[in-house]
Design a protein around this ligand. Structure first.
Ligand SMILES: C[S@@+](CC[C@H](N)C(=O)[O-])C[C@H]1O[C@@H](n2cnc3c(N)ncnc32)[C@H](O)[C@@H]1O
Length: 244
């Protein structure tokens, strides 16, 4: 079955994901856990209380559970997805599944040691014409999501964001003092070069990131005219369909 939508805007709509998850068993955006496990192991402990945002039907949570991560709470706003994944993993105590919007996380402050997202924020930004200047609406959505993530992290907790977006684009969103975290960047080979950002709650921004934020606030950060993305790899891959 072809899951490629006619229009990129469909990736932002819950009914697109509901329809897709009615028939699609599993799909791993940006590669499976084995590709970035070595990076996660440095930042996520087996006994950590972990929240996965926009879990989809990815095998990541199941693979992490199999690797010994004992407490994994999964949320997605697709009820179809949540029902299917809950049924699939009913034999796994320690894994839970909840229908929830990442803009309004129904968890108390400081609930998690680690919050993980893979390609979920990418899906929210997929329709943007320019990653340098997000539309007001998308910028507000991303800001609300990051505010919620920061709120739900314990002191010293880590927000791990796995994405196709390179530091020149993504640090502009993550390197803000109001989230009270530092930002570190790693990458892995998942067919293309993909990125893992680790934000640690309670640590200050590096001087370089603080300077980036200052330049943005002052409107002095330059924005290139064009960015080249990798050639299209699969038909069902929104990463290569973004207009830049
Ligand atoms: C590109 S898929 C990524 C799925 C999975 N994380 C992976 O790596 O394969 C994006 C997922 O985010 C979910 N999603 C998008 N917007 C969301 C929101 N506002 N709240 C919760 N989930 C959302 C979609 O339902 C979809 O499952």
């Amino acid at each position: 079955m072809d899951y490629l939508p006619e229009d990129n805007s469909r990736y932002k709509q819950v009914d697109y994901w509901d329809d897709r998850y009615r028939t699609e068993e599993t799909y791993d955006w940006l590669g499976s856990f084995c590709k970035f496990q070595h990076l996660l192991e440095n930042h996520v402990n087996k006994e950590d209380c972990i929240l996965v945002l926009g879990c989809g039907n990815s095998s990541m949570s199941g693979d992490m559970y199999g690797a010994g991560y004992q407490s994994i709470t999964n949320v997605d706003y697709s009820s179809v997805c949540v029902r299917a994944l809950r049924a699939r993993h009913r034999e796994c105590p320690g894994m839970t599944w909840h229908e929830m919007d990442l803009q309004q996380l129904l968890f108390p402050d400081a609930s998690f040691d680690v919050i993980l997202e893979k390609a979920t924020l990418d899906a929210i930004m997929v329709e943007e014409k320019s990653p340098w200047n997000l539309s007001t609406r998308t910028a507000a959505t991303v800001h609300q999501a990051l505010t919620e993530v920061s709120r739900c992290l314990k002191p010293g907790g880590r927000f791990v964001s796995i994405t196709f977006a390179s530091p020149i684009l993504r640090k502009r969103l993550y390197a803000h003092a109001e989230y009270s975290w530092s930002v570190k960047t790693y990458s892995y080979d998942g067919g293309f070069e993909y990125y893992v950002y680790v934000m640690t709650k309670g640590e200050a921004l590096s001087s370089e990131d603080a300077a980036l934020e200052k330049r943005q606030t002052e409107g002095a950060e330059s924005t290139p005219d064009t960015v080249t993305l990798p050639e299209e790899k699969t038909a069902d891959d929104f990463l290569s369909k973004i207009d830049l």
